[in-house]
Design a protein around this ligand. Structure first.
Ligand SMILES: *Cc1c(COP(=O)(O)O)cnc(C)c1O
Length: 374
């Protein structure tokens, strides 16, 4: 018997009736894309986060592209981004002809290190790249230290995007994700803490002008009407069925976040003497998208994962190769200080099953199998 890595089935049983009724309503009214449920969802997401504007869109990656459009990113501009992240955080710059500048992360939080941003600026300067902004990532569910990042940005006249694909639902000293940076982006890919049953995403901002540009870019740079094209945009809309799913999932989201914290607390008690467990920065909460432990240095991680798999305990490695070492990214600037922490994390992280429905019994099995293997 195998323990699921994530469990969308248990979750579905809680929301199925509401989802089916919502799907039936969409089949009746027939507004499949950007129907009235999408506007209602945007209002609910804005309310949840405290951000003034929410713009729902087609994926987390498209949310980043729309945010960069709203901020006026130009070809050749540099954007600081951690190398220890999912591809999409860095990919959106080359897609727009701009340049990712890879920066270092903190060992404990896995997130952009505010004290190493200067070194990234240095390497960009040496490469003749003008840095215009920073994309921070709330990796595995915990926000980066945005007050410090925003402070650095203010000194250098940069904007800041929070890539909160994994960290929507979390907070920093009481401030919700959605309000920590100039623009926040999230993903509703099914496996994310708040996921739909297809692709989806959203952008949050308090800035009226940026929100207006993003709404326009979402529909091919539309002006007053659909066939009035005042800027270059894209197809970035959310479909109505996904809004129905997200509305149902938002009903139980707070409860699920509490359950994820309980699961994380139990892991901490069971695993703390075997591996380095993830820790929260002071004042931070996490939406626990992943539970990533650090194996002891020199461990044979592939063998450990294989043996856990045989014992019915699935694992995943987020992320085995840093972005600056992926072939299409190797020519972009890398922090002048080097990325030693990033390399160490890529070599040692291992993610264990994490979802709100993980039972204490299942966690005991996971802990005891890990103990045997180590
Ligand atoms: C999942 C993810 C994205 C991209 O979201 P999609 O909806 O899959 O496009 C971007 N950034 C991070 C950190 C992610 O985890």
């Amino acid at each position: 018997m195998s323990i699921p890595f994530i469990d969308l089935k248990s979750q579905q049983s809680r929301i199925r009736d509401k989802v089916e009724a919502g799907f039936a309503a969409v089949l009746d009214h027939g507004a499949y894309i950007m129907g009235p449920e999408v506007g209602a969802l945007e209002a609910r997401l804005a309310d949840w986060s405290g951000a003034k504007h929410n713009i729902a869109c087609s994926s987390g990656t498209d949310a980043l592209l729309l945010a960069l459009s709203g901020l006026g990113l130009q070809p050749g501009d540099g954007v600081i981004v951690p190398s220890f992240t999912f591809a999409a955080s860095a990919e959106v710059m080359p897609v727009m002809g701009a340049v990712p500048v890879f920066a270092e992360v903190e060992h404990d939080s896995f997130n952009l290190d505010p004290n190493k941003l200067d070194a990234a600026m240095d390497s960009a300067r040496k490469a003749g790249i003008k840095v215009v902004g920073i994309i921070g990532v709330g990796l595995f569910g915990q926000p980066a230290n945005y007050p410090a990042i925003m402070d650095f940005a203010a000194h250098h006249d940069l904007w800041v995007i929070d890539d909160a694909a994994q960290s929507f639902g979390a907070s920093w000293h009481g401030t919700s994700v959605g309000q920590l940076a100039h623009v926040t982006c999230t993903s509703f890919f099914p496996a994310k803490p708040l996921g739909c049953y297809g692709d989806g995403g959203a952008v949050f901002t308090d800035d009226d002008k940026i929100a207006e540009i993003i709404r326009s870019c979402r529909v091919h740079g539309m002006g007053k009407t659909k066939y009035d094209n005042i800027r270059i945009g894209m197809t970035g809309r959310l479909d109505t069925m996904q809004a129905v799913v997200l509305d149902a999932k938002l009903d139980i989201f707070a409860d699920e976040l509490t359950a994820r914290q309980t699961v994380a607390d139990r892991y901490a008690a069971m695993l703390g003497n075997m591996v380095e467990i993830p820790s929260l920065s002071a004042g931070a909460t996490s939406s626990w998208a992943q539970y990533s432990v650090k194996l002891p240095a020199g461990s044979d991680r592939d063998a450990i994962c294989a043996r856990l798999g045989e014992a019915g305990v699935p694992t995943a490695i987020y992320y085995p190769i840093p972005m600056h070492q992926q072939p299409p990214y190797q020519h972009y600037p890398v922090s002048a200080d080097g990325l030693a922490v990033t390399h160490d994390l890529c070599a040692r992280v291992m993610a264990l099953p994490m979802h709100p429905y993980l039972t204490e019994d299942a966690q005991h099995i996971i802990a005891s199998e890990l103990r045997k293997v180590l």
